[in-house]
Ligand binder design. Structure first.
Ligand SMILES: Nc1ncnc2c1ncn2[C@@H]1O[C@H](COP(=O)(O)OP(=O)(O)OP(=O)(O)O)[C@@H](O)[C@H]1O
Length: 316
């Protein structure tokens, strides 16, 4: 089962972070003496409005799930799932309905814990750091690991511009006007939508086509500069042309963000992913990974006969 959050639940997904402390002011130079450390020199032409050099994007990160087990109440839905999703690679999660793919995806960015009856065991490491460690903030995980849902869910009445930067407010990320403009433009370019909307950034997001709305949601995720992007059947509500555009966008994006996609479309898994994991929950048992590895090998010469049957459409 895949869930699409309403606008209200997106706010829950990205709770407001405490405001970051203000940076200390540079000390004033003593009169007649040399400038104090941190003070601007006399020839410096700094203006408040001058665009500041932006921090380079964070390096590509791998995501590592170790022995992840999940429950809804006392119903166990995943059993000791371990999977490395390498940095700068698209990993696809495939398997029949109900085997726990979406649950696993939600565990990867701490959305599972939003469901009252949900619990889990195991570890999820982002670049070696456990996102569930008690010292780590929930907002950090959500900022570093973005999510795009099955059904495009832009804020319909909000402008395209404001939709893109919505995640900044929700994650408590401060950005001045220049920075916001920069993020809107670069995120829309990366999501493959800039050319189509650059002259109507103040128009409502709800006025875009389904495929454009999904790319707007991708841009919204990218604006907070995640290191990993999780995509839960992102094309299942789209026509073949929009699907192709999203797939092309993913193949461009993977150079700067690690991608994990849940898909029921076997052709799509082969077109976009280089790594693949096959999940199965057989006869009432919790979901587990049957086989994972190189996508091409999984489809051409799977090791497990159940993988062979599934990728060849014999069940599910
Ligand atoms: N909010 C929830 N409360 C209770 N049980 C849930 C909830 N969400 C999912 N489940 C159960 O967890 C199991 C795994 O569901 P999940 O949606 O993760 O599977 P899936 O492989 O993604 O399925 P699909 O391909 O149909 O989206 C199912 O038995 C489902 O009924």
């Amino acid at each position: 089962m895949s869930e699409t959050p309403s606008d209200a639940s997106l706010t829950e997904v990205l709770p407001k972070a405490p405001r970051p402390p203000k940076p200390p002011k540079a000390p004033k130079p003593p009169k007649g003496g040399p400038p104090a450390p941190g003070a601007q020199g006399p020839g410096h032409s700094y203006r408040e409005s001058e665009p500041q050099p932006y921090a380079p994007p964070a390096p590509l990160a791998a995501l590592d799930a170790r022995n992840v087990t999940a429950w809804f109440g006392d119903h166990q839905v995943l059993d000791r799932v371990s999977l490395t999703m390498p940095a700068g690679v698209i990993t696809s999660l495939i398997g029949p309905s109900g085997c726990g793919k979406s649950t696993f995806l939600r565990i990867l960015n701490r959305m599972h814990e939003l469901i009252p009856s949900a619990s889990l065991a195991g570890e999820v490491l982002l670049d070696g750091d456990d996102i569930y460690d008690a010292s780590r903030k929930l907002t950090d995980a959500r900022k570093s690991i973005g999510m795009v849902f099955q059904k495009p869910n832009p804020f319909p009445a909000m402008s395209i511009y404001d939709n893109v930067i919505a995640g900044l407010k929700l994650t408590g990320t401060k950005a001045d006007r220049d920075r916001r403009d920069y993020l809107v433009e670069t995120s829309l370019i990366k999501a493959g939508l800039w050319k189509e909307v650059k002259d109507r950034l103040r128009a409502p997001g709800g006025g875009l086509s389904g495929g454009q709305q999904q790319r707007l949601c991708i841009a919204r995720s990218l604006a907070v500069q995640p290191r990993v992007l999780l995509m839960d059947e992102p094309c299942s509500a789209l026509d073949p042309t929009s699907t192709r555009v999203i797939e092309e966008t993913m193949l461009e994006l993977v150079h700067e963000v690690t991608i994990v996609i849940v898909t029921h479309n076997m052709q799509q898994a082969q077109r976009v992913s280089t790594q693949c994991a096959f999940f199965l929950a057989s006869q009432g048992t919790p979901g587990a990974i049957v086989e994972h590895g190189d996508t091409e090998a999984m489809f051409s010469s799977p090791i497990d006969s159940r993988t062979f049957d599934y990728v060849n459409g014999r069940f599910g």
